[in-house]
Design a protein around this ligand. Sequence first.
Ligand code: NDP
Length: 451
Amino acid sequence: MSDFDFDLFVIGGGSGGVRAARISAGYGAKVALAEEYRLGGTCVIRGCVPKKLMVYASGFPGAVEEAQAYGWDAQIGAFDWTKFRGKLDAELTRLEAIYRRGQEGAGVTLYDQRATVVAPHEVQLADGTRVSAKHILVAVGGKPFVPEFEGCEHVLTSNDMFKFDTLPKTMLIVGGGYIACEFACIMAGLGVDVTLFNRSPLLRGFDTDARDVIIGQMERAGIKIHTGVVIDKVECLGDDFRIHASDNRDEVFDAVLYATGRVPLTEGLGLEDAGVKLGSRGEVLVDAYSQTNIPSIFAVGDVTDRIALTPVAIREGHAFADTIFGAKPTTMDHDLVASAVFTQPEFGTCGLTEDEAREKGPVEIYLSSFKPMKSAFAGNPEPVFLKLVVSKEHRTVLGCHIVGESAGEMIQMVAIAMKMGATKEQFDATCAVHPTMAEELVTMRSPARTD
Ligand code: NDP
């Protein structure tokens, strides 16, 4: 008989938390989980899922244009945002219910309220109840970061993007990472006049060639991109907003979105009082087993600021459960995690950029850029772009960067080969699937550049 109320108390019902809770309960642990908002967390409620549905919604004007070019008498009418938002809300509610059933079915006790840590084995719920647990798992995620400036209270964050009563006609998006670029493409696709400001080049940290292709296509899609610009002031004019920027630009927009990064959501969580060490960004510092310096307290997902991606949080949560309750010590391997930026064109990436790889040794660079059959037939001049970064010494494929339709789907498959340490020659020994875009991955014969 345990001295604690629970074997495990999970704080946060997002991707990492629910996975850890369900798997731990499956191993026979007595588990509780507290969520202050909605089960599913950032990914399901205000991130990946609603964003991807908006990506789909924004792609239809282009699809209808293509259909016309193929001979269809197709016309697109106006976009009914209210109808879409209603369906989106219903879908999120459906998914949230699935998450709840999953937890309840696994025997997890749910608390629909905020929980904070008060001691290494104790949490306090918002209603004042104190609960003890042998292990505490912090999986509270992150929140959008908005820098301080005059009028910063007027700007929107990604949390607000699914809640508009009506879509703005003009929108300024500030930032140059995943979220800024994705929403710039989504909103432009939905007919919004989009301007994008960033303090540095867009998609900094990603492969330069791939970035250039994406940025070029975003500009040709009508997105007005200005880099090297920051905002000094946002003034609310009633229904719209006047911005003043560092390059003396003065403009009025219906809405201003800040997508300038996310920070771990540890403020006020009681972790420091319980002795848990945090990093400079407020992230929970953990070892490879997601354990903090306090042996009973663990953390997974965005709150640890390792790789802020849903599948990573899920793996970390699962590894925690296997280690603590499944007698299978497991760590999440953070190497070669593929990801996709759902810009239009889509961007799939895995491994090192050309610059990163070259720092480690000589490389060969294989490039392919061509007009894909489907869109070229419709008269669309935009190319698909594929790049392999290959170690000259070991022949392994160190990086793969794909820009084009379904790049996210393609990179998932490439990541398997890369994770197995596949060489360029093994890629080439794989027979092509024809006619596809991905066949170019196994038919790039001569390097475009070599060290
Ligand atoms: P990112 O870290 O990707 O990008 C932040 C951007 O904001 C950068 O361009 C950065 O510029 C700029 N910025 C940062 N601070 C300031 C500041 N004080 N003033 C002006 N500009 C600033 O963050 P996001 O918010 O786009 O996304 C957060 C994370 O969420 C991502 O890193 C990713 O892990 C995850 N995510 C993943 C998605 C996916 O898998 N498709 C989709 C959405 C989010 P600079 O380059 O100069 O630093």
